[in-house]
Design a protein around this ligand. Structure first.
Ligand code: ADP
Ligand code: MG
Length: 166
């Protein structure tokens, strides 16, 4: 399907594979094929784009201050994500996991994340070692960062809300 692709949902718990311990936490989103029908035809692999977050709890360190303009402002962050089949769940159930290219002071399970996916980086791969996996993911992050620096890929006016894109 043609870019940009959109999807959104509340951040849910993932597989607890310890991505966070590797320094690459991934926010898992439910895959809703009625809201994002394109996902059935999308290639499994690594994608990049922008992510916005709404509904951080008021006591979350990264939540905007209550009241005033901040109440309507939405933060937009660069992201790299994987879309893949999880063999555990059989059938055609996809998983979608987003690594936001920014450091957060606390988790944000339950927050609403909206994605604007702008490009494909590479296909899914099997790894012989954890080191090889982490090395590839770090390279994916670099590819995503550089791609999103291009002027035409700036998030303004792309429908995610106001944002500088970090
Ligand atoms: P899980 O298996 O539950 O997905 P992870 O180890 O993948 O656990 O961590 C994901 C969680 O970490 C996210 O749901 C989010 O709340 C939090 N998190 C903190 N920083 C980030 C980030 N930069 N990108 C994605 N998620 C992050
Ligand atoms: Mg995860």
């Amino acid at each position: 399907p043609p870019f940009p692709l959109r999807m959104s949902g509340a951040v849910i718990s993932g597989f607890g594979r310890g991505s966070k311990e590797l320094g690459i936490p991934t926010a898992n989103l439910p895959v809703d094929t009625s809201a994002a029908p394109w996902i059935s035809d999308a290639k499994s692999g690594v994608y990049y784009g922008w992510a916005s977050l709404r509904g951080l709890p008021a006591d979350h360190p990264d939540a905007p201050p209550a009241g005033g303009q901040a109440a309507v402002s939405v933060s937009v962050f660069p992201m790299v994500m994987s879309i893949g089949y999880n063999p555990f769940y059989g059938n055609a159930v996809r998983s979608a996991e987003v690594h936001v290219l920014r450091r957060f002071a606390a988790d944000f399970y339950g927050a609403e994340m909206r994605l604007l996916i702008l490009g494909f980086i590479r296909e899914e791969k099997d790894y012989a070692s954890l080191e090889a996996l982490v090395e590839d993911i770090n390279f994916d992050c670099e590819v995503a960062r550089r791609s999103l620096e291009r002027e035409a890929w700036k998030p303004r006016g792309l429908g995610l809300g106001e944002g500088e894109g970090t």
